[in-house]
Design a protein around this ligand. Structure first.
Ligand code: IPD
Ligand code: CA
Ligand code: CA
Length: 268
């Protein structure tokens, strides 16, 4: 299968889906909550996932789709071609701000990430990359990331991990906050990963993310030399939820060995 053909196809689907999402901004959203009140989904999340699935199934019938809203396949392994899709990452932002949300897509072949995309819909920027082919912001090739230190780092982190919680020793996180140059929280894992890839953030971490949040970003991160693991310093589980950290080289080791002490991996 020609990877360039899939790449061109995926980019055109993403652009069309983004166009449809933007066009929907003036109509009233149907908002539902899923597992919890802060776990939201809209009719546009669902329609966008269905749009991708209809096209992929028609044009690449042997490919499987692992999508957040559950319209794709029942994925228990990553054999063959699997598209890991979050139709809208940052749904709360989509609803509340109409800003800072993204289409996140990773295409994997036998468990190896071959293509990755993060499309920041309102910013109209496409981050794309392919295995050993580099990462691009629109048409501009991104440089390799340089190492940095905790003291000079701006880190993406959600404030909830800095108060007592059952997943991570908060004292280490407080210490981290006191040491870093700054912290940011954008509300879209995919955009936060894209910020590390483009050098706007030095690291981003979360206690619990799903495969579709990170699959595209992981392909891109690798292409600029960023390090990705879960917070137990292991390879990520792309079949279920896992903790997550992406960061510049060097910083990754320092963050995990000196500051982030897991009580338990929340996803296990
Ligand atoms: C969420 C966002 C958010 C992250 C959550 C994700 P969604 O995805 O990426 O930033 O903290 O864990 O579930 O629900 O907006 O697709
Ligand atoms: Ca998501
Ligand atoms: Ca989503």
């Amino acid at each position: 299968m020609d990877i360039y053909k899939i790449d061109t196809y995926a980019k055109s689907l993403i652009k069309e889906a983004a166009h449809n999402i933007k066009a929907s901004l003036t109509s009233e959203l149907i908002i539902e909550s899923k597992s919890e009140a802060n776990d939201l989904v809209t009719n546009i999340d669902k329609e966008t996932e269905q749009f991708f699935i209809e096209h992929i199934k028609a044009d690449f019938p042997e490919h499987r789709i692992f999508g957040e809203e559950g319209f794709g396949d029942d994925i228990k392994d990553l054999a063959g071609y699997v598209w890991l899709l979050d139709p809208i990452d940052g749904t709360t932002n989509f609803i509340h701000q109409k800003h800072n949300f993204a289409i996140s897509l990773g295409i994997y072949k036998d468990g190896v990430g071959i293509l990755g995309y993060i499309y920041n819909v309102m910013e109209d920027t496409l981050l794309s990359g392919s295995l050993n082919g580099g990462a691009y912001l629109n048409d501009q090739r991104l440089p390799m990331l340089l190492p940095t230190t905790v003291e000079e780092a701006v880190v993406g982190i959600n404030a909830r991990w800095v108060v007592p919680n059952r997943h991570v020793h908060h004292e280490g996180m407080v210490n981290l906050l006191k040491t870093v140059r700054g912290t940011r929280s954008l509300g879209s894992a995919a955009i936060e990963i894209s910020y590390v890839v483009t050098g706007r953030l030095d690291a981003y971490m979360s206690m619990r993310l799903s495969p579709w949040d990170v699959a595209g970003g992981m392909v891109l991160a690798k292409e600029v030399g960023a390090v990705v693991t879960n917070l137990a310093f292991e390879h990520l589980d792309l079949l279920g939820a896992d903790s997550f950290i992406v960061s510049k080289p060097g910083l990754h080791d320092q963050l995990l060995s000196e500051y982030i002490k897991l009580k338990q991996n929340p996803a296990r």
